[in-house]
Write a protein that binds this ligand. Structure first.
Ligand code: KG4
Ligand code: ZN
Length: 340
């Protein structure tokens, strides 16, 4: 394909309403509106998320066009997250895009949100070379995937219970920290002493590439419960650091072992937890000993955003995929599962 492709991306799977314009792999705009309505509830309230998306989707779309300096008729294609995520939230994006396509004739394609996270690694140079290993770590997913070429995924390991981001959010909650807990725990952990207590590393001895985070979460809970109020306050940062140490060590050791086993030298990390300071540092350092190259998206592309959806959609459109008006929301679709 010689002419440049201008793609609109739309993301409404959870609590960010986002629209982005990319031109090939260059991001022209990436507007993200995070819903604050959920703060008072300590977690995302699905019904409120849908309503907030509905209010914001059109202004965010307009802002994405304006910031990019692109007008609607210049769009070559539209990519929209159609799952996994909250069904009512997804439907806002999917229906907005169907309406836009109906009015303009612009082709559109449904994109898997997790595939979008993977493609956040292709928004900036340098990006990983095929075949590569991808560690996907978000609020709902913890997976190791071998990616041989564009749009093909071979799952080699996953969490057996909680996702790592979910563990961060639950630990934050039991420590009385605000939602979303991941960034808060990370911030505190950076000034804590991780040797206060040694928490268990999930499936440490297992030969599989699977993860487990429920035992770690329970260990933190048990430890915190036997502390007095003053001890808890005094050691808040240390508890975060000890939890972070165990949570991240599990990710780093399995990822490096998988890279060795599958003889892969490029490792990419994707999803909200890719923003984690210890993961970025530990994996980068330890991968060097193994002569692997590690890729992290810049922080703005780690958490939910529409630029990554546009980038994955571009690849899908180039490969000849497109959706029709029967596209639906698929709340629990798997990575690589066919989208109609
Ligand atoms: O990818 P994402 O924005 O949404 C999902 O698709 O789930 O990921 C959100 C998750 C949340 O669990 C959040 O606590 C976690 O990513 N997270 C972090 C950090 N920043 C976000 N976890 C650990 N350290 C961080 N710095
Ligand atoms: Zn996400």
């Amino acid at each position: 394909m010689t002419h440049m492709m201008t793609i609109l991306g739309i993301e409404t799977s959870c609590d960010e309403t986002s629209a982005a314009i990319i031109q090939d792999d260059k991001v022209l705009s990436n507007i993200i509106s995070s819903q604050s309505v959920h703060l008072q509830f300590g977690g995302v309230v699905p019904e409120l998320a849908s309503r907030a998306h509905l209010k914001k989707i059109i202004p965010i779309y307009q802002e994405a066009l304006d910031t990019a300096g692109v007008s609607q008729h210049q769009l070559d294609g539209i990519a929209v997250t159609c799952g996994p995520g909250l069904v009512g939230a997804l439907l806002v994006g999917v229906n907005f895009v169907k309406g836009l396509s109906l009015a303009t004739g612009i082709p559109f394609v449904g994109v898997n949100h997790i595939e979008g996270h993977v493609y956040s690694n292709f928004l900036e140079a340098p990006h990983p070379r095929f075949p590569f290993l991808c560690l996907i770590v978000s609020g709902g997913h913890t997976q190791l995937v071998v990616i041989k070429e564009h749009l093909t995924y071979r799952l080699i390991g996953k969490t057996r219970d909680d996702a790592v981001g979910e563990a961060y959010d639950k630990v934050a909650k039991l420590l009385g920290l605000p939602y979303p807990g991941g960034p808060e725990v990370d911030k505190l952990a950076q000034r804590g002493n991780p040797s206060l207590v040694k928490f268990p590393i999930g499936l440490e001895k297992s030969k599989t590439f699977d993860f487990s985070y429920s035992g770690l979460k329970t260990a933190v809970l048990n430890f915190v419960q036997q502390l007095s109020e003053e001890e808890r306050k005094a050691h808040l940062a240390d508890i975060c650091a000890a939890f972070q140490q165990a949570a991240i060590t599990a990710l780093v050791s399995k990822t490096l072992r998988a890279a060795k086993t599958y003889q892969l030298t490029d490792i990419a990390v994707a999803g909200g937890v890719a923003a984690n300071s210890l993961l970025r540092k530990m994996l980068t350092e330890e991968a060097q000993n193994q002569h692997c190259r590690v890729f992290f998206p810049s922080i703005q592309y780690c958490t939910d955003n529409a630029a990554m959806i546009a980038r994955a959609g571009l690849e899908r459109l180039k490969a000849g995929y497109s959706s029709n008006f029967s596209l639906n929301a698929y709340p629990s679709i798997q990575l690589g599962e066919e989208i109609q």
